[in-house]
Design a protein around this ligand. Sequence first.
Ligand SMILES: O=C(O)CCC(=O)C(=O)O
Ligand SMILES: [Fe+2]
Length: 547
Amino acid sequence: MLPVLVATGITLLLLQPPVDGELFTALADMEELLETEAVLITNLDSYVQAQEEKLMQLRRKVHEYRREHTEAARDVSAYLSNPVNAFLLTKRLTTDWRYVENLMTYEVGKEFLENVTSFRSVLKFPSDEDLNGAAVALMRLQDTYNLDTASLARGMLNGVQYSTKLSAGDCFELGRQSYLNGDYYHTVLWMREAMDRLTSEVNRTATKEDVLEYLAFSTFKQGNIQTALSMTEELLELVPDHERAVSNKAYYEKELQKEAQQKILRGDDGSEEVPIDTTTKIQKEATAHVYDTSERKLYEQLCRGEQQPPIELRSQLVCRYTTNTSPFLRIGPLKLEEAYLRPYIVIYHEVMSDREIERIKQYARPRFRRATVQNYKTGELEFANYRISKSAWLKDAEDEMIRTISRRVEDMTGLTMETAEELQVVNYGIGGHYEPHFDFARREERNAFKSLGTGNRIATVLFYMSDVTQGGATVFPSLHLALWPRKGTAAFWFNLHASGRGDYATRHAACPVLTGTKWVSNKWIHERGQEFRRPCGLQLDHSEEEF
Ligand SMILES: O=C(O)CCC(=O)C(=O)O
Ligand SMILES: [Fe+2]
């Protein structure tokens, strides 16, 4: 139900901010939804078969009755003078008819519906919050990857068929979900698309009146009262007694009058009026991570692969074998590719085998929880729209293979794992992402690791445990650097300067996954224990900030 703008001008907003859903946050969980769907399809198929069987029996009865009846009608007295016929007619209208009635009243669907109820306790079903989360993820992809609404609705992405085509009803639902989030920008985009699709649909999947109602209200919310009014008038032509439309029309007219009066008072002739663009993007998520728009722009460009560090910088980078971080590497050197020099960011190739990856995934899957972030004021772990993925922590003690990974990180980096965090395994579903952030704790967050007594996160090792079909890069906006996931590789960088102060240039993000799934695991290495392995620097960099 849409809100009514009452005559007093009070908007009755029925916005329900969605609670954070769970299933949409990782692809691993979505697989279970396909299993749920398979069971539902079988059940629905059996239900349809049973209904068809019932109707067929009834249809046979119709034929039988009609045949006898036509026979009787041809010569009524001859037919009834036959005692067998007289008996059969009586039977048809007594016991036979009772059978027909029973068949007609028999509810075929009941047991199948009961089945569905019992499935709910054993199978995974998405919630309304999941639906909202999946819609928000699509909007995020649309924004980040500059996807135009019409192509997306046609299932096209970069000229190839990406998904099934969306019906007007599908577009309407995307618009409605955006509306529920107070995101009128996307509501307008998707309701317009729903309207376009409607005109070509034979079996209409949405009604023009519903689309117009959302469209008008969201257009008004976007600041375009005149268009909102025209849309409402169009709606009233279709449904003249539409209560909400009637009162909204009156409200819009009043608002327009007010505007005109104000213009006269200002001595405005209207010539300088700036048309209000209904497609202007509004900042939608109240809980959105705070970062400036230039960073957002760079972040999105990097995600789309449109930026890279300047050539002067790239030309200094090398690939080499590394042998000096552990004696072990003399017999098994690692392939190292430099990605950036200051800060030093490198990629190690072939440092996690497919077998190890499978084992780690197996361990993590049953323990997946939606990833949280720490509220630096309260210290509480909480969900945030700017980090959408599922994660699990794996201890060294759990499995020889996890221990081996830790030892490998030690060999790779030359840093001790004594004070490192457990291995964090992360799975991002479609649209899963992590907006720009620092891995180290800043001054105001210094409580974050205090209780551990291990100091700050000196370095990050990020293992890529899958290829990602499209999207999902790790990007460093201020460095114009994007690292593209490749299964079995790992990225490494120091988060802190040698002085121990946070290196702000390491601010990074995980771009939303556009197609496919993304698996990574993090090993966060701490300061304590590294004193002789990475000695403190005596010089302070001017960009350094005290931790
Ligand atoms: O998944 C990625 O690419 C980056 C993840 C990340 O930055 C983190 O988990 O802190
Ligand atoms: Fe990070």
